[in-house]
Ligand binder design. Sequence first.
Ligand code: DP6
Length: 334
Amino acid sequence: MTELDGKARATARANIALAKYWGKADVALNLPAVPSISLTLDGLVTRTSVRFDRRLESDVVELDGRPATAKEAARVVELLDRVRAAAKASTRAKVVSKNRFPTAAGLASSASGFAALAAAASHAAGLGWGLRKVSSEARRSSASAARSIYGGFAELPAGKKRANGRWDGFLPAKALHGPDHWDLRLVVAETVRGPKKVGSTEGMERSRTTSPYYDAWVAEAPIWADALRAALRRRDLPGVGEAMERSTLAFHTCAITAHPSILYWQAPTVAVLHAVRELREARGLGCWATMDAGPHVKVLCAAEDARKIRAALKKVEGVTGTLVCKPGAGIEVA
Ligand code: DP6
C-alpha cells in the first residue's frame, strides 16, 4: 500500500442533454441504455479540491460550505475508493466542493460535481489519467458527468458488451465539437424552487421496470441521437431542436407512465412549453424546449434571438427566474 499526500483542484461546468440519457443497461456499472448528446454550459461552475492526508481517519466531504449529508458523502467516498484502488493506496482525503450556480438556474450540479471530483481526485492521487479515463470514472458515479469533461458538444454512447458477452465497464464520453462550433444559447426558465422529488437514478429504474413504453424509448432514442448529431454538424437549428424535443417528450412519457407515475412537470412547465410553441409558430422565432428530471424548461435558440425569448418567458405565469447560458469549456485541473 502506498501513502498519498497530493492535492489538486478541478473546475467543471454543468451540461444539458440535447439527446437525453434515461435508463441503465447495467445498474452496477452505471452504463446508459441509450446514447446522449450534450451542450456544456458556461457560467454554471463546480470547483472541487481534493487533498489526501495520512492523518485523516475517514474522508471529510464539504459541499457549499457545509458537511455533506450521509447520502452525498457515500457517493463521493465510492469514487474516492475507486481512485485509491487504482493508486493501490488507502489514504483518506478532504474534499471541498463549491457550486457557482446562479439561483435562477434550476439546474442539477451532479454532472459538474462528479466531473470535477473525478478529475481532482485522480490528479491528487498522481494517477496521470487521460480525459477518457476521467470521463469513464465520472460516468460510473453519474452518467451525465462523463459529458462535462468536454467543452461544447459531447456524446456519451450507450453501454456496450465485450466479445465474451459481458458489459464493458470502460465507457467515456467523447467530444463532438468545441464551444466555438456554434454560438447557441440556452434560455433557462426556472418554474418551481426546491429539490427534485424523485432522483434520476431512481426514476430511471422505475421507468425501466414498470413503464410499458420503456422498450420503445430505448429503441427510438438512438434514431433521435443520430438525427441530432447530424444536424449539429451542419448547424441546423430546426433539426437539432426537433430531435431534442422528441427525445425529451419520449423520456418524460416513460417517466409519466412508470408506476407509481413520475411527473416532473408542474403547471408552469406546461405553460412554458405552450409559450415556446407560440413563439415558434406565431412569431417565427427558432426556439425549442427541453426538460430534465425536474420542472424547469430550457429553451435552445440562436444567440441573436435569446433576448426576445427570455423576455417572453419571463412573462409566463409561474416562471420564477430566467438565465441565458452559452456553450462552455471542458474540465480544468490545477
Ligand atoms: C434527465 O446522470 O443524474 O438529466 O447516472 O443515475 O446519476 P445517474 O443519472 P444522471 O441522469 C441525468 C438524466 C437527465 C438526462 C441527461 O442529462 O441526459
